[in-house]
Design a protein around this ligand. Structure first.
Ligand SMILES: Nc1ncnc2c1ncn2[C@@H]1O[C@H](COP(=O)(O)OP(=O)(O)OP(=O)(O)O)[C@@H](O)[C@H]1O
Ligand SMILES: [Mg+2]
Length: 487
């Protein structure tokens, strides 16, 4: 769809443009001033802006500068009255896409705007491409090549740059905070702060002043103004973690802040406008909380403009070898330990466990093993007993988790498997999720091969799916002898 925003103080001229462009299949939005135009753009997206040079208040030059600052890549076509072409040329030098003189000829108007639309699309594609190829992929810290995780990453790339409020749901330890951070990093607010509030960490009244702040003298002990997190996050993102724990009386205050984009610090005479993007997370089933009257329905709908679910680890066990590898790298650095590999039995035990605490639990288990281990290969003896004993559970759930969209799982549960020795001999072939060979390196190599295979050898897509940079992919391909050096 082609959307145009006309910023012009003359209603008659806006009407003329609307008539011509709607005839050519465009949707036309109008703003009567530079200020109004910017306000519109802060909320909504268009493909091209047609901007009048001479307007009372903020003039064309100034509006152009603001648009370029806030919406780089958005093509702007200047409109100038006869005799002010000079200033249009200046605007072109400052990055306007083109200019038209008033009154614009219908055909010329359409032709220039169509060209601007093409250009904008190209810019956008280039930008996306650049982002995909660059090493600063905001989703890079999120490890996992399973379909479920690829979906989460796609969501982040798509929804991150919007201004929409997002609700992240998912069990404890599944990486909700990581997703929130990636959403912020993928947004146009990435250069501004992401401010976090844990709604479960403070009792109601303290949480209230954390969120909304207070003025000096608002109560005994309020010796100076304290800005709330809403104000601290201005221009950036406010991450409301554990939103399901927000007390009811604060829910209505938050709702008001979200609806009206203002906060009222305790003791303030008037509300303060705040420009923040909200991301919230919860491990509670909020729909259920709404049903039982513990969470306001209107607030739920406000938060839940877009929703993403962080999948539990047991539903994407094929990600485990790679996750374990990455986590171990990090933990080795932190603990100043050098672990070269893990034993097949160790990995096998990890793959058979249900991981109720998800990635956080995996991280804890690995760190513990790392600390307890006396050799540079981690073995099952370093694992906590529940990981070794709760395996049946793991197999069950694993079967369920894979059922939907993966290849048939291995009949590992039914092979009369009894002990570690048997486990190794139970015939894990290649190419099936969970059919991992012994060491982490092998598992990684396997995952690489599988991802390459899925993506037809396409390096960019493979790197993307694995959540690593192309450079890292290149490095790993060389490391595993999958390509020759120098390629
Ligand atoms: N996909 C992943 N890739 C790499 N690390 C991950 C991934 N998912 C989670 N982690 C790591 O696991 C730990 C827990 O993640 P995080 O704190 O984001 O979970 P959470 O869903 O917010 O949990 P909780 O509900 O308990 O707050 C963090 O150390 C995080 O870095
Ligand atoms: Mg969390």
């Amino acid at each position: 769809m082609k959307r145009l925003l006309v910023i012009d103080d003359e209603p008659g001229h806006r009407l003329m443009v609307r008539a011509v462009m709607e005839d050519s299949g465009w949707t036309v939005e109008e703003a009567g001033s530079g200020e109004e135009g910017l306000e519109f753009l802060a909320q909504d997206r268009v493909n091209v802006v047609l901007l009048d040079m001479r307007m009372p208040g903020m003039d064309g030059q100034e509006t152009l500068a603001r648009i370029q600052e806030l919406h780089p890549g958005l093509p702007v076509v200047m409109l100038t009255a006869f005799g002010t072409v000079g200033s249009a040329v200046v605007a072109m030098k400052k990055g306007a896409f083109d200019y038209l003189t008033k009154p614009a000829d219908n055909e010329e108007l359409t032709a220039v705007l169509e060209k601007a639309w093409d250009f904008g699309r190209l810019m956008e594609e280039n930008e996306n491409l650049r982002r995909r190829l660059s090493d600063d992929d905001p989703t890079a810290p999120i490890v996992g090549a399973s379909q479920a995780m690829c979906r989460v990453r796609d969501f982040i790339r798509q929804a991150g740059p919007s201004e929409a409020t997002i609700l992240i749901m998912g069990e404890s330890g599944t990486g909700k905070e990581l997703v929130a951070q990636a959403l912020h990093d993928a947004s146009n607010r990435a250069a501004q702060p992401m401010v976090k509030v844990n709604c479960a960490a403070l009792p109601g009244h303290l949480l209230e002043s954390e969120l909304f702040g207070y003025m000096k003298g608002a109560f005994t002990g309020a010796v100076r103004d304290k800005p709330g997190r809403f104000q601290l996050a201005r221009g950036g993102t406010l991450f409301l973690d554990e939103i399901g724990e927000l007390p009811l009386e604060l829910q209505s205050k938050l709702l008001r802040a979200l609806q009206e984009r203002v906060v009222e610090p305790l003791g303030a005479v008037r509300p303060v406008a705040v420009d923040v993007r909200i991301i919230a997370a919860t491990n509670r089933d909020l729909r259920r909380a709404v049903e039982v009257g513990e969470f306001r329905e209107d607030l739920f709908f406000r938060l839940n403009v877009l929703e993403v679910v962080s999948p539990p680890l047991r539903d994407r066990l094929e990600d485990l070898p790679m996750l374990a590898g990455r986590l171990l790298e990090r933990l080795c650095r932190k603990n100043k330990k050098g672990i070269r590999s893990v034993s097949p039995e160790f990995l096998d035990a990890l793959m058979r466990y249900a991981w109720p605490g998800n990635v956080r639990e995996l991280e804890n288990v690995l760190e513990r093993s790392l600390i307890l281990s006396r050799s540079d290969t981690l073995g099952p003896d370093s694992l906590p007993s529940q990981v070794l004993t709760d395996r049946q559970d793991g197999m069950d759930r694993q079967g369920r988790g894979w059922g939907a969209d993966a290849q048939p799982s291995l009949p590992r549960g039914d092979t009369g498997w009894q002990g570690e020795g048997d486990a190794l001999n139970s015939g894990y072939g290649g190419g099936v999720p969970g059919a991992y060979p012994g060491s982490l390196d092998d598992a990684e190599r396997d995952a690489l091969l599988r991802a390459l295979d899925v993506h037809g050898g396409h390096r960019e897509r493979t790197a993307d799916a694995l959540g690593i940079s192309r450079r890292t992919l290149q490095y790993k391909l060389k490391k595993f002898g999958l390509i020759r050096r120098g390629m």
